[in-house]
Design a binder for this molecule. Sequence first.
Ligand SMILES: Cc1cc2nc3c(=O)[nH]c(=O)nc-3n(C[C@H](O)[C@H](O)[C@H](O)COP(=O)(O)O)c2cc1C
Length: 337
Amino acid sequence: MLSNIAQKMLLKIGPETAHDLMILGLKKTCNTPLANLYRQNLSSKPLSVMGLEFPNRVGLAAGLDKNGEAIDAFYDMGFGHVEIGTVTPRAQPGNPKPRIFRIPEKKAIINRMGFNNQGIERVLCNLSKKKTEGIVGINIGKNRNTPLEKSTEDYLFCLDQVYPFASYVTVNISSPNTPELRSLQFGSFLSELLSRLKERQDELANRYDRYVPLVIKIAPDLNISEIKSISEAVLEINLDGIIATNTTVDHSPVVDFKHSKEEGGLSGAPLFESSIKVISALYKLLGNKIPIIGVGGIMTAEDAEKIFSSGAKLIQIYSGFIYHGPNLIKRINSLDD
Ligand SMILES: Cc1cc2nc3c(=O)[nH]c(=O)nc-3n(C[C@H](O)[C@H](O)[C@H](O)COP(=O)(O)O)c2cc1C
């Protein structure tokens, strides 16, 4: 498939330029005959999770299409859902470049993008141009210059804005690239944030007469007692789902490789062990009460199989897509053929 050749060529140029070119190329070609270059007609494997009907179990993880510019193209490739964002109330530039680094020997990426995005208003305008029916998750975060104590206001603002347009909403409290963000995963910060969001979700469900599931996305760098407290909070508040995991701050699996000392979150193959541990621990605590969406280091169909076996109902990929292209979606989707 031509898209696999394009993907190999993109791996030869700088990661952020490659990313921007890919999004631009997809944005320009989706909904035109050129979309046939990457369209994959996968067998339908519908399943119901969080009250939503997913066409298959493989989704695009947040961060690739932060501004929701090429959603139709990702559906064409066969993704069963696309998560856009992280989007913040106001547009922000993110960290200075360079801020994405590939470690090809380890099929890994380190990034410290820092929630660069066009801001909620513009992202919703992009989303309104989407032509294909499909599941779209909107991942929300706080602006970098919003103090931690005021972060709930940013999340509530985002929830209000995105609610009518999202299939589900993800509360990102686990990016390592926004100072202090990950402290929202703990103690009173977490319970206050989740209970305020849940309350607002109920109000919005009444207002729009439509229930939009709310999920949180957590880090892989959590110990068992932290995973336990998060599970308790999620159960108590009756959240709709949990995405595990974001990138890791532990760079030890890539030490000795070029870029290993770059600050930021590590993703790709070396993340797999940590994310599957978190998913397994969550599943032991939550069982089938709260669905888990597994993400982190899924580079092959076998990895995906292991994540499903450890309890995830759906999966998402980012780095696997960068290194293996749309073919990976097809291989994972063929698992039960
Ligand atoms: C360059 C880059 C940017 C990312 N941006 C976001 C983001 O904005 N929000 C988010 O929740 N996760 C973000 N992620 C994390 C991914 O969604 C995913 O959780 C993580 O990369 C682990 O999956 P993977 O090993 O398949 O890449 C980003 C990852 C990368 C590599």
